[in-house]
Design a protein around this ligand. Structure first.
Ligand SMILES: Nc1ncnc2c1ncn2[C@@H]1O[C@H](COP(=O)(O)OP(=O)(O)OP(=O)(O)O)[C@@H](O)[C@H]1O
Ligand SMILES: [Mg+2]
Length: 297
């Protein structure tokens, strides 16, 4: 279905059907984004489903996902468009020597010689797409300013070619891990979605969706432990991604319970800093040991 969704409920159901379990305000903000045509800024810790939300929305809306992965030093040539210099050069060489420069110039600055990068692809697409601008906080403020213009006007000006206006309106998601504060100007133009670690029941559903083979009791224990671990003061608390990995690891190892020994063996799947490992072993591992020694009545 490529029409716009009719209600928040529709979006919640649609996302669920494609394997993304939206929490709290996720469905609401996604719905508003499709109806108001405003970009969404999705922020939150690593591994809580920011990128996945864009993928799921594209699947649900039956739209192509156009992805711009941001990094330090990303510039317009890689994000918007650049001229295909090689092709231009070949064309100039192939041109007979009596052709006037004006003719050649008109020719080599045509659309045929343009390399469309993600932002332009999204704007120029005949079918509406979902545009994911991933990890916008990795770029610098100049890039953000360029993006602002694009997100408010949905058009690109190419000096040699003129203006390219959007034929269709993309649904735009920008994600950020908050490594730097984004400008007020950008935030003002976006809807805001804060994705946090889910509550216990929600995370259990997500884990079970990704690993239905895992025994229900083990899955619950896994999520409970993850939540305990998150409460410790760690450099990098485990995310949903780690919960899912851990579930898969336990299935592979054929674990029937998460006892002290299993936990010790597998905790490097969820904790990935040397000092965090020590903290977790001391605090959670010991708790499990005590529980093992005292089987439930
Ligand atoms: N609500 C959800 N429903 C189903 N799966 C989810 C959900 N949230 C997260 N996941 C799963 O968690 C994993 C991590 O998600 P994702 O890569 O989107 O995280 P992220 O927030 O973009 O992290 P990073 O900031 O590191 O890029 C994915 O495998 C995704 O399928
Ligand atoms: Mg991501």
């Amino acid at each position: 279905m490529s029409e716009n969704p009719g209600s928040v409920q529709d979006v919640a159901q649609g996302l669920t059907e494609v394997g993304y379990l939206p929490g709290g305000s996720t469905a609401l903000v996604s719905y508003l984004a499709t109806r108001l045509g405003k970009p969404v800024l999705v922020e939150g810790p690593a591994g809580v489903g920011k990128t996945e939300l864009a993928k799921a929305l594209a699947k649900y809306l039956d739209r192509t996902l156009v992805r711009l992965q941001c990094y330090e030093g990303l510039d317009e040539a890689k994000a918007l468009y650049e001229w295909n210099y090689r092709k231009q050069l070949l064309r100039i060489q192939a041109e007979s020597s009596d052709a006037g420069w004006q003719d050649v110039q008109d020719d080599i600055f045509g659309e045929e010689f343009l390399l469309a990068r993600p932002l332009m692809t999204a704007i120029a697409s005949a079918e509406p797409v979902v545009l994911l601008i991933d990890e916008i906080d990795k770029t610098d403020q100049e890039f953000e300013a360029m993006l602002l213009e694009l997100l408010s006007d949905f058009q690109i000006s190419i000096p040699e070619l003129g203006r390219i206006e959007a034929k269709t309106h993309p649904v735009v998601l920008l994600t950020s891990n908050n490594t730097r504060e984004l400008t007020e100007a950008l935030k003002r133009r976006c809807l805001y979605l804060w994705l946090d670690y889910p509550d216990l029941e929600h995370e259990l559903e997500i884990v079970r969706l990704h690993s239905p083979e895992l025994d229900e009791k083990v899955a619950r224990k896994l999520v409970e432990i993850i939540h305990q671990v998150r409460e410790l003061d760690l450099k990098k608390p485990p995310s949903i991604a780690e919960s899912i990995d851990w579930a898969r690891a336990l299935i592979l190892l054929g674990a029937e319970d998460i006892d002290q020994a299993t936990f010790k063996e597998t905790m490097s799947v969820i904790v990935k800093h040397r000092t965090d490992l020590d903290t977790v072993a001391a605090r959670v591992g010991v708790k499990l040991e005590a529980a093992d020694a005292q089987p439930a009545a």
